[in-house]
Design a protein around this ligand. Structure first.
Ligand code: DGL
Length: 271
């Protein structure tokens, strides 16, 4: 049985920037009385084009920062960090540490009929081979097609979520894949659900799109079973670069609620 996290104990999440807000949005819908602390490492985004050792270091610094808020669970709301740093974070931090990959893989395997699954993600996530490994562990016979989409994150971070440029970039990465055979597409980056409309238009209505946010909420549920009782419901936001763009875009993503992030000067100091 999962250890229950008391209602007053916040849940921490981090991402390289705005992408993890797609996870936060789902968690606040699922657990409206919970307190959340979100860290966007906007000074160092994107993570996806960096090497594994760098991402591991960034992820540990983000986790240590969130630990100072006495969080009861850590959600690594970033696939790039989950793919190379999750095991280390689970060993280092007390309490529940959840990444994006296993919840997404389990949903993909529940829904695929053809057994042909595509995964899109950052260069770091795809190069790690972690999605492939996790799928193969559970379904050795699955056919997996992996594609990195390095221009997706910069588009989102600059607020380009729809329109001609987005459609062209989405087509550039996804058109070469054969969606007459692929029935399930894992959005293996938490930024990608923000491009959902263009991705859906490109792949057509029959392909099941897997966004890790909902399965992450489901895997947290046993630990938060008593969460609805608390007063809670607060969200605190921290970023490592200037706040203005984050505040503006975060407000759009979080259905109009005003977001006032605080800039953290140096994550390297959190020890
Ligand atoms: N949103 C992140 C992910 O899920 C990070 C993207 C990036 O910074 O490149 O991989």
């Amino acid at each position: 049985m999962a250890t229950l996290i008391s209602p007053g104990t916040p849940i921490g999440l981090f991402d390289s920037g705005l992408g993890g807000l797609t996870v936060l949005r789902e968690l606040t819908r699922a657990f409206p009385r919970r307190d959340f602390v979100y860290l966007g490492d906007t000074a160092r985004t994107p993570y996806g084009s960096k090497g594994a050792a760098t991402i591991v270091r960034y992820a540990r610094e983000c986790a240590r920062f969130l630990q100072t808020y006495e969080i009861g669970a850590l959600v690594v709301a970033c696939n790039t960090a989950s793919s190379v740093a999750l095991a280390g974070l689970q060993a280092e931090f007390p309490g529940l540490v959840i990444g994006t990959i296993e919840p997404a893989v389990e949903e993909a395997l529940r829904t695929t009929r053809s057994g042909v699954i595509a995964v899109i993600g950052t260069e770091g996530t795809i190069a790690s081979g972690e999605y492939e490994r996790q799928i193969r562990l559970r379904a050795p016979e699955a056919e997996i097609i992996s594609q990195s989409c390095p221009l997706f994150v910069p588009l989102v971070e600059h607020g380009h979520l729809a329109g001609e440029i987005v459609e062209k970039v989405v087509a550039h990465y996804l058109r070469p894949l054969d969606f007459s055979r692929i029935d399930t597409l894992i959005l293996g980056c938490t930024h990608y659900p923000l491009l959902m409309e263009a991705i859906r238009a490109e792949v057509g209505p029959a392909v099941h799109l897997v966004d890790s946010a909902r399965p992450i909420a489901a895997s947290l549920r046993p630990a938060l079973a008593d969460g609805e009782a608390g007063p809670g419901g607060s969200r605190r936001f921290f970023v490592t670069d200037a706040v203005s763009r984050f505040n503006h875009l975060a407000r759009l993503f979080l259905e109009g609620e005003a977001v006032t992030a605080v800039q953290v000067e140096d994550l390297g100091d959190q020890r």
